[in-house]
Design a protein around this ligand. Structure first.
Ligand SMILES: Nc1ncnc2c1ncn2[C@@H]1O[C@H](COP(=O)(O)OP(=O)(O)OP(=O)(O)O)[C@@H](O)[C@H]1O
Ligand SMILES: [Mg+2]
Length: 285
């Protein structure tokens, strides 16, 4: 009897450990400054306004961080969780527009240097989020550092952001190439930001998708375009995300369409095991 109960308890804890709800969307780019953080914040707001529980993990170590765009103070971040000083639920802050934000800060810069117990604390904490939320959006830094890769490799969907500039396109292709080397069911899509016309966005997507199909043998999904829109610049100055400050501006309309497409299942989980199980596996390589 006791043995049976032990087994049941064990099975229940196993089920809990593998229960997985959140769809994980990593936002990446080759070149810096192409609009990742703005897309991450505004997309999170739009997904939240559709009634979803959204957590945005700011893993971008650049200057324009999500907390700055949203004008909120983050007294603690993931570094405090890794060091055991705070629980993950204590470092999540409710952000304008209804999503919850976790600051990544410098704790993530040294991910590869973490001790086994620090790493376990990180993975356990993020697993909690994965089990609570509908979406986990991760704003990664620019480029293909090991840090960025540990997130993109484990995500269900990687949204690669580029602008129409040739330098940004070349760097976006380099990221897609690295992603294509992993044997994985993960979806990869391209979002063209700061387009001067819808046609320009389509042309950039067509060009990269064709080369990716031919040389990398991958099917690059089309995440659409976001126009070059002065409301984005104004909203960054006001420290209010543009979908809240200017809900009808062209950039807001396009991000809303993107959120609708993602919510309709384009980004739904494709990998059977949990995100952070996979992430911890990548860490160990
Ligand atoms: N659609 C747009 N229209 C006009 N300006 C834009 C648009 N998207 C981004 N920008 C401008 O580009 C700047 C950089 O955007 P953002 O900080 O989101 O880029 P990033 O890719 O996160 O940068 P980093 O690589 O440094 O993290 C914004 O402050 C804004 O001025
Ligand atoms: Mg950024």
């Amino acid at each position: 009897m006791t043995a049976l109960m032990d087994q049941a308890t064990h099975l229940r804890s196993l089920a809990r450990a593998t229960a997985r709800q959140a769809t994980v969307i990593a936002i990446a780019s080759g070149k810096g400054g192409v609009g990742k953080s703005n897309i991450a914040v505004n997309l999170s707001i739009r997904l939240a306004s559709a009634g979803k529980d959204v957590v945005l993990l700011d893993a971008d170590l650049g200057l324009a961080n999500a907390d700055v765009l949203c004008n909120i103070d983050l007294p603690c971040n993931l570094a405090h969780v890794i060091s055991g000083k705070r629980d993950i639920n204590e470092v999540m802050v409710k952000a304008p527009g209804g999503f919850r934000l976790i600051g990544g800060a410098s704790g993530l810069a040294k991910m590869a240097d973490l001790t086994e117990s620090d790493r376990q604390r990180l993975v356990d904490s993020l697993q909690q989020i994965e089990q609570q939320a509908d979406y986990l959006v991760i704003d990664t830094g620019a480029g293909i550092s090991p840090n960025v890769l540990s997130f993109t490799r484990a995500a269900d969907h990687v949204l690669v952001v580029t602008t129409p500039e040739p330098t940004a396109i070349t760097d976006a292709y380099a990221v897609i190439k690295v992603l294509s080397r992993d044997q994985s069911d993960r979806r990869v899509s391209l979002l063209v930001n700061q387009t001067l016309s819808e046609r320009e966005g389509e042309l950039v997507y067509d060009r990269i998708a064709r080369v990716a199909r031919q040389f990398l043998n991958i099917n690059l999904l089309d995440a659409g375009g976001v126009p070059d829109d002065e409301h984005v610049v104004l909203s960054v100055r006001k420290r209010t995300p543009f979908v809240l400050a200017y809900p009808k501006c062209p950039a807001s309309v396009c991000v809303s369409q993107l959120a609708m497409r993602l919510a309709s299942g384009v980004a739904s989980p494709v990998q059977p095991e949990g995100f952070f199980d996979r992430m911890s596996r990548w860490f160990r390589r």
